[in-house]
Design a protein around this ligand. Sequence first.
Ligand SMILES: Cc1cc2nc3c(=O)[nH]c(=O)nc-3n(C[C@H](O)[C@H](O)[C@H](O)COP(=O)(O)OP(=O)(O)OC[C@H]3O[C@@H](n4cnc5c(N)ncnc54)[C@H](O)[C@@H]3O)c2cc1C
Length: 385
Amino acid sequence: MNELPLITVVGGGPAGLRCAALVAREGFETTVLEEHSTVGRPVQCAGLISRTGLKELDIGLNEEDFSVNKIFGAKIFSPRGEKLQVKSRKPVALVIDRFRFDQLLYRQAVKEGVAVKLGSKLIDFTWSSLFIETRGHGELYKSKVVVGADGTNSVIRHSMHPGIGGESFVHALQYRAEGSFDPKMVELYFGKYAKGFFAWVIPESDRIARIGLGVRVGQGVEKCMRIFLHEKKLGARPLSKSSSLIPIREPLKKNMENNVLLLGDAAFQTKATTGGGIVMGLNAAKAAAESIANHMKHGSPLKEYEKNLSAVNKELSIHWKIHSYIHSLKEDSLDKLSVKAKKAGLEGFLEEYGDMDKPSTFVKKMLLKPKLWGLAPIALRFIMH
Ligand SMILES: Cc1cc2nc3c(=O)[nH]c(=O)nc-3n(C[C@H](O)[C@H](O)[C@H](O)COP(=O)(O)OP(=O)(O)OC[C@H]3O[C@@H](n4cnc5c(N)ncnc54)[C@H](O)[C@@H]3O)c2cc1C
């Protein structure tokens, strides 16, 4: 059996690359195995990230190098078209070029000394060995620490959590399309056509947008998209199309076992409300890298990762509760909730306090605003254990 360097990260997406870069910075030999021959392709993402989330990550990248548009707010449509609009004076989110973003993280990792093996695919995994195929050639390896950052269909997660099936995923279809769009606002649509999730319009400019829709697996995403486009008459002309899965479930209770850590989409570190996983995955990458470095330097147990993940998991858990609540409502209840929230002044409140990555902060603040007390029973269920 061949020896890989001390730390092996499977998956060269944002989470894996960031974790590898931080571990290598601490002086440990680190390898990333990436099945594709180019980092960042294919792109399967709407590319919306919050500016605060990005700033707090402190990843040392300049947003101008990967941003394609700045977003000031969101229009959220209930099934019967009730609109909630949250708009700030300053840009709150970025629409990013995901390929460019991943490439920048790749270059950072290489600069820190990470060996990135492109075209290397993990085929099978046992606790003591990794079976890897590189350009038609298979070999067995072992490594002291393994990070499973191998995305939605993670081979490593399948070993650790064999019981997780299709019910934990949303099937998403997205077009890059030409048309006429509000370049400053994203649009979210809830309705029968997107059962269990929603549809979105994320503008790159006033002429190009990423139009997507997610439904629970098995609901026929193509048909749902046709119904959505027909109903909303967006008048957009598709330029390209992608289809993929988004992991949507409550946070995993077990993110590590033996010498193996799960990270990013592989660990369901996506916000269940929106499917966004870039900021969460990068935060978790920091937690993983800290645990690995402490383990290597001081012999502290790798289990520290679970503790280091607690802030990320707290937010993920609130996202899951909000998602579960919204999707438990019948269509007319969702319409009524939308009207009630609007009357209570939720739009203005979210403009001031909303943070799409940290619902814990604004849910608690909601309870301090007398005008919003009508929504308090709902808010409370999101923060109670
Ligand atoms: C339609 C859609 C829209 C989205 N929109 C947003 C959004 O607007 N904002 C946001 O924040 N997030 C969004 N997401 C989620 C976001 O794309 C993911 O959360 C993010 O990419 C997760 O990063 P990761 O590094 O964990 O995994 P990935 O980016 O999936 O990277 C995993 C890597 O592992 C590699 N890999 C997989 N299996 C193996 C193997 N066996 N061997 C070797 N390599 C392997 C893959 O090739 C890939 O490069 C969206 C997702 C989808 C599907």
